[in-house]
Design a protein around this ligand. Structure first.
Ligand code: ATP
Ligand code: MG
Length: 573
């Protein structure tokens, strides 16, 4: 492609709304543009990257025997009512009506649709296993769209659905998808980890997330170096051993004027944070609940949502008015003793093993010392509501856990029969009995993956595309386009490389050399040929975006060098 003729609107300034490198660079490099919050267009350069990722995904899905099709984004309400997700999906679902007032949604995911597609056509175990996938646009009205295409409201996802006759078959389908994902992200040169994920909202028994490591990632993971345990912080089980054989002391009411936070309380009482019972007040599906956890820990809302068995959007923090109503005290003095009748009290199991803790007094400016579970208060006991922390004990081997951050680029789920049962999708098994399909579902965020690659591959000057996904493989910069020798040699190399099937950009623009060099750094084309002063001697400069080491070579050697680089990257021409 000749750059003189290319739609590549680069920006010199960093767009104000872009907080992280991938968002800034994808906008600056003219790869994408925002329409409205969370809705993006992929411009020519960006779309080439998208298509390359899609093709790798396709190849690896096909290799595992999955078959591609394409479904509609529009789905009728009735389908979602059958699974119950019309209501549980909540405000994240884009909804619309047709001219006859019939209700639809723009698909945020397609479990229901795929299940209904096959249910009348697949009748026998002989037609199983089956794995169908698509690469398609998904819609989610995210609460906080941000980081560009990382958390968008319209995005491209590869979604696959497997149907098996039994659990064993489902586990094999799951293994195959795991392998496909492993190969996809390896081919994309991403540094990633596979971690246990929470499958609460999706239903089903087990799930794993593929996390591309990045400091800017929203995903937090805990992992163990001594064994292979790794999980998202939503999922990670917290081992928090607290046992006390202290004798129970008498309750004591303590005047604590304006002392409300755990930090302030620690200072006031001059005692460790783990001697407090921290109270959090939520509204769950309209009703208040008070949750008590050890004072030195944070609550894991995903675990609370799973414990309560409610959709995520049905859990909100209670405001001060509600807190005052159920405790008769100002915020900061909530505790488990003396709550208003009927208020649901949930305690993390660790609280039941702590002795003589300090809790809010449910009276403004008062706390209570020496509270003991069983003697002074009782509630529902939840095994584990705590958020994992660096240094916590690995639930598998006991070594200390480490924490890291990343971007969830893929997610695989063992669903079991949640959707086939509710949609009444059954097949006839060998024994002549009707059984629901055993399902799995598998997603890759294709557009999010573009950004994940940029997070891992960039420097202060721009993007550094790995060759495998680069919008073009080679860029030829003609330093002075008005110089006949230079433009001719540029043109010659351009056709020579194109004839070999190499994707080439030719910077034939009438711009200053500095502008050309800045642009090529910004858009991150991996292999660079600079045609400059030595064009007359048939000599050009060869360099790679990733290391910037410049060498002078004969123009006759360019093709050979480019082919060498393809070989090094394990790519065929
Ligand atoms: P998240 O936890 O990040 O909200 P999710 O768990 O809801 O994602 P899935 O339902 O598992 O997402 O979707 C499959 C894949 O689609 C994710 O692994 C992710 O890569 C991608 N994805 C999900 N939501 C978005 C979004 N808002 N924008 C871009 N990609 C997304
Ligand atoms: Mg997910």
């Amino acid at each position: 492609m000749r750059m003189s003729n290319m739609y590549m609107p680069t920006l010199r300034e960093v767009p104000a709304e872009a907080e992280i490198p991938s968002h800034q660079l994808l906008l600056r490099a003219g790869m994408m543009r925002k329409l409205v919050s969370g809705v993006y267009s992929y411009l020519p350069l960006g779309y080439r990257v998208i298509r390359k990722i899609e093709n790798i995904v396709r190849e690896e899905m096909d290799r595992q025997g999955a078959q591609e099709l394409l479904m509609s984004a529009i789905q009728p309400k009735e389908l979602w009512e059958e699974s119950g997700r019309w209501s549980t999906f909540g405000p994240e679902m884009f909804r619309l009506k047709d001219r006859n007032d019939r209700e639809f949604c723009l698909g945020p995911t397609h479990e229901e649709y795929f299940t209904s597609l096959i249910k009348d056509e697949v009748k026998s175990y002989k037609q199983l296993p089956l794995n169908l996938y698509q690469i398609q646009t998904k819609y989610r009205d995210e609460k906080r769209p941000r980081f560009g295409v990382i958390r968008a409201r319209e995005f491209i996802m590869k979604d696959a659905y497997s149907f098996d006759k039994d659990e064993e078959g489902m586990r094999e389908s799951y293994r195959k998808m795991w392998e496909a994902y492993d190969r996809v992200f390896t081919r994309l040169k991403l540094k990633f980890r596979v971690v246990e994920g929470d499958s609460g909202a999706m239903g089903g028994s087990s799930s794993h997330e593929f996390i591309a490591m990045a400091e800017t990632g929203e995903g937090v993971i805990a992992y163990c170096e001594a064994c292979d345990y790794a999980a998202t912080n939503e999922k990670a089980k917290v081992v928090y051993n607290i046992e006390s054989d202290e004798a129970e002391r008498e309750l004591e009411r303590v005047h604590t004027p304006n002392v409300t936070t755990i930090d302030e309380l620690q200072e006031f009482f001059n005692i460790e944070k783990n001697r407090f019972g921290k109270a959090l007040v939520y509204i769950a599906k309209g009703d208040p609940v008070v949750v008590i956890i050890p004072g030195d820990r944070e609550l894991n809302e995903t675990k609370l949502i799973n414990y309560l068995g409610i959709p995520e959007h049905e859990l909100v923090m209670a405001d001060e008015n509600i807190i005052e109503e159920i405790t008769n005290a100002k915020k900061g003095f909530t505790g488990p003793i003396g709550l208003k009748d009927g208020v649901r009290l949930i305690v993390d199991s660790r609280i039941t093993r702590m002795k003589n803790i300090i809790v809010g007094g449910n009276e403004t400016d008062y706390h209570i010392k020496n509270a003991n579970y069983g003697r002074d208060f009782k509630g529902e006991i939840a095994e584990d509501l705590l958020l994992v922390e660096e240094g916590d004990i690995c639930p598998k081997c006991g070594a200390p856990l480490k924490m890291d951050r990343g971007i969830e680029v893929g997610n695989i789920f063992q669903l079991g029969t949640k959707y086939s049962s509710s949609l009444n999708a059954k097949f006839l098994d060998e024994d002549g009995k009707e059984k629901p399909f055993i399902m799995g579902s598998y997603g890759i965020g294709v557009s999010r993956t573009v950004a994940a690659i940029v997070e891992q591959y960039h420097d202060e000057n721009g993007i550094i595309w790995p060759l495998v996904v680069a919008p073009y493989h080679v860029i030829i910069t003609v330093v002075n386009s008005n110089n006949e020798e230079q433009s001719q040699l540029g043109e010659k190399l351009y056709s020579e490389l194109i004839n070999e099937g190499i994707e080439v950009m030719l910077d034939d623009r009438n711009e200053r050399a500095g502008v050309k060099f800045n642009d090529r750094d910004l858009i991150g084309i991996p292999i660079r040929i600079t045609v400059g002063k030595k064009a007359g001697e048939n000599i050009v400069e060869y360099s790679l975006r990733k290391d910037n080491e410049k060498i002078e070579i004969s123009a006759d050697k360019v093709l050979e060098k480019v082919k060498e680089e393809f070989k090094k990257e394990g790519l065929k021409l």
